[in-house]
Structure formats: structure tokens, C-alpha cells
Design a protein around this ligand. Structure first.
Ligand SMILES: Nc1ncnc2c1ncn2[C@@H]1O[C@H](COP(=O)(O)OP(=O)(O)OP(=O)(O)O)[C@@H](O)[C@H]1O
Ligand SMILES: [Mg+2]
Length: 369
């Protein structure tokens, strides 16, 4: 008790008088009252003067009862449950050390975490760069392969396309000589005509190749003049021996004047008709229709031919691209649609291809007036 209150407690004095802290005194009084009412209980409580050892005590209160169940008083056992002072210091030292260690480790962990995050970020960045480079290399490789394929196609196409007229020229030259020797004028002129036509074919082909080269390098410019496109198309069909037999034309009743490039327009319509005939087989039914409003002249060429697979339509406007399945069957350089596209770009026009396999194809072009 001396440790707690700082005084010896005399016999027959109330302990409450020694408790100077008001709240402690009230707490003790409450506990005494409970014991005096007959209750036994144990509490862990804090008591004592601030300057002494105000510590934790395990206090057990119980009433003193005689044989007739009368409560005579109460007894309290007090057990100091606070660690001894030195122990406490050690513990707090250990705790302090532990706390310091925890702080240190936390800091270390935070640093490691930051390093890891940085490393991770760098890794993601370099992975991104790697992916980018990979994509670029793959694209370059694909381009290179595509270019190689086109080169091979181009070479085989040119040699193929030149072989036929060259063979004709060769045999016609031989026959020309013979007919000259025999003074057979008719055969002579027939063979001369064959030679001249074959040369035309080769010249056309070379011109197409040169033309596409110039178009792709932007060397050709549209030179616009006002002309009657209706008349131009009419003449193109009627003056061509093949076209005038096969192509049905549906033109506006009146002239259609456009401010455009006549050469480019004629090339466009010519290539459309050539395709429609080439890819229409035995009984071609080809219809050319022209309509016009104040802003545009719209020309469509419809055939009943082999058609184009939907997925290939957009690719065929690239130079030298042809449908694989027909490339060995029908002669062609794969330049027509590409020339049309380039010409339309120069004129500010548009092209739309609709096609159904085995049914036919309809190509519609719009030329601004
Ligand atoms: N009307 C059509 N019907 C079916 N396929 C077509 C038609 N027009 C074009 N094609 C397909 O598109 C390809 C490309 O046509 P494009 O006119 O560019 O070349 P080409 O006709 O093969 O050769 P070129 O016109 O240079 O002589 C053709 O090879 C063909 O496969
Ligand atoms: Mg063509």
C-alpha cells in the first residue's frame, strides 16, 4: 500500500481516506460497495499516485460472510501485474529497436519497391520499343516480299505479253518475204497488217507500263478543257470494231459538257470496256450507261462475266495485281484498274466496283463536271 499511496495504512482507518485522486477514490468506493453487497469479482485496474508507481493491479474483491450469511466486511487481494521496472525498460528498448528495425526495413522495402517499379517501367518501355521495331521490320519484310512478288509477276507478265506479238511478227515477216517473192499483193498486205497490229499491241503495253510509272511518280497532271464527254464515249464505242459489236450504250439525250481531261477520261472508259469484254467469256452482254447532273457525270459499265471475289475487289486497283485464277487464262498486265484509279484521282473522281462471282461486274465512275 505504501508503494501505491505513499503512506502506511493504520489499523481501523478507512482506506478511502488515503486515496487522494478523486476518480480512484470513487472507483474504489464503487468496488467496495459491490463486495459489501455480496459480490465476488476480479478486476485489472490502475491505482496509485502519479509520482509513485501508478501501475496495473489485479484486484480481487470478496465479501466476508459469517455462518448466518451476514456480510461483515470485505477483503481485497492486490497483485501487481505490471512488469518490473527494469523489465519494462528492457522491453521498451527491445520494442524501440524493433520499431527502428521495422522502420529501416520499411524504408528498404520502399526503395526496393521503387527500384522494381522503375525497372518494370523500363522493361515495359523497352518491350514497347522492341514491339515497334519488330512491327517495322515485319512490315518492311512484307513490303519487300510483296515487291519481289510484283517484280517476278511483272517480268513474267511482260515476257508473256511480248511473246505472242513477237511470234506473230516473226511468222508474218517470213510470210511477208514469201508473198513478196510470189508477188502476192493481198497476202503481202495482210501480213504487213499483222505485223503492224502486233507492234501496236507491244507499243500499247509499253505505254501502259510507262504511263503507270509516270502516274505513280506524279509526273502526269490533268489538263482540263471543256468537251462533250457524251460525244467522246459515243465515238469511242462506235469507232471500235469490237466495242461496237458488243457494247450497248445508254447515253443522255443531250450533250454532256465537262471541264476535264479528255485523254484521261478516254483511258478510263477504254479500260472499263476492255475489262468488261475480256472477263465476259463467250457471250458478252455489256452495257454502258451515262447519266449526268449539274455537278457530276456518272458512267457505269456492267458485264455478265466471271465476276471478282469480294475480298479481292479493293486490291485489284494496285498495279500488276490480277485475280490469280484468271491470270494464266486471260491475257493482261494488271494495269487497267490502276490507271483508272490514278486518272480519277487526278480528276477528283471516284470509282465503285460491285461484283458477284459467276454473275458479273458493274464498275461505276463519277467524274466531276
Ligand atoms: N469486269 C471484270 N470482271 C472480272 N474481273 C475483272 C474485271 N475487271 C477487272 N477484273 C479483275 O481485275 C484484274 C485487274 O484488272 P486490270 O484492268 O487492272 O488488269 P488486266 O485487265 O488484268 O490487265 P490490263 O488491263 O493491264 O491489260 C483483272 O486481272 C481481273 O482479275
Ligand atoms: Mg484491264
Amino acid at each position: 500500500m505504501k508503494n501505491i499511496w505513499g503512506v502506511e495504512i493504520e489499523l481501523n482507518k478507512s482506506i478511502l481516506d488515503y486515496i487522494h485522486i478523486e476518480s480512484d477514490r470513487e472507483k474504489a468506493k464503487r468496488n467496495f460497495d459491490r463486495a459489501l453487497a455480496g459480490e465476488s469479482f476480479t478486476l485489472v485496474e490502475q491505482y496509485g499516485e502519479e509520482h509513485l508507481e501508478r501501475e496495473y493491479f489485479k484486484d480481487t474483491y470478496y465479501p466476508l460472510i459469517d455462518n448466518d450469511d451476514n456480510i461483515l466486511g470485505l477483503a481485497v487481494t492486490v497483485e501487481d501485474v505490471t512488469l518490473s521496472h527494469s523489465n519494462k525498460e528492457k522491453v521498451s528498448q527491445v520494442i524501440k529497436q524493433l520499431e527502428e528495425q521495422v522502420d529501416k526495413r520499411t524504408l528498404e522495402l520502399e526503395r526496393i519497391n521503387t527500384d522494381l517499379q522503375e525497372e518494370n517501367y523500363k522493361r515495359i518501355e523497352s518491350q514497347k520499343e522492341l514491339n515497334l521495331v519488330k512491327a517495322q521490320i515485319e512490315k518492311a519484310l512484307a513490303n519487300e516480299m510483296e515487291l519481289n512478288k510484283l517484280k517476278t509477276k511483272f517480268i513474267s507478265m511482260v515476257s508473256h505479253e511480248f511473246r505472242t506479238p513477237l511470234t506473230i511478227i516473226q511468222s508474218a515477216t517470213f510470210l511477208l518475204e514469201k508473198s513478196y517473192e510470189r508477188s502476192d499483193e493481198e497476202k503481202f498486205y495482210k501480213n504487213l497488217d499483222k505485223i503492224s497490229k502486233s507492234i501496236d499491241t507491244m507499243t500499247d503495253l509499253m505505254e501502259n507500263v510507262l504511263n503507270i510509272g509516270k502516274l505513280e511518280h506524279g509526273e502526269i497532271k490533268a489538263s482540263k478543257k471543256v468537251f462533250d464527254i457524251r460525244n467522246e464515249v459515243k465515238n469511242l464505242v462506235e469507232s471500235n470494231k469490237i466495242y461496237n459489236k458488243i457494247v450497248k450504250i445508254d447515253l443522255p439525250a443531250e450533250n454532256v459538257f465537262v471541264d476535264s481531261d479528255k485523254v484521261l477520261c478516254t483511258q478510263i472508259v477504254n479500260n472499263l470496256l476492255s475489262n468488261a469484254i475480256k472477263y465476259s467469256g463467250e457471250k458478252p452482254k455489256i452495257k454502258l450507261k451515262m447519266i449526268a447532273d449539274g455537278y457530276n457525270c456518272i458512267i457505269s459499265v456492267k458485264d455478265n462475266g466471271i465476276g471478282i471475289a469480294k475480298e479481292n475487289i479493293s486490291n485489284l486497283t494496285e498495279a500488276f495485281k490480277r485475280e490469280d485464277k484468271i491470270s494464266s487464262l486471260v491475257q493482261g498486265t494488271g494495269l487497267g484498274l490502276s490507271i483508272i484509279k490514278h486518272n480519277l484521282d487526278l480528276l477528283g473522281g471516284e470509282m465503285n466496283i460491285e461484283s458477284e462471282l459467276e454473275e458479273g461486274t458493274k464498275v461505276t465512275i463519277t467524274i466531276p463536271r
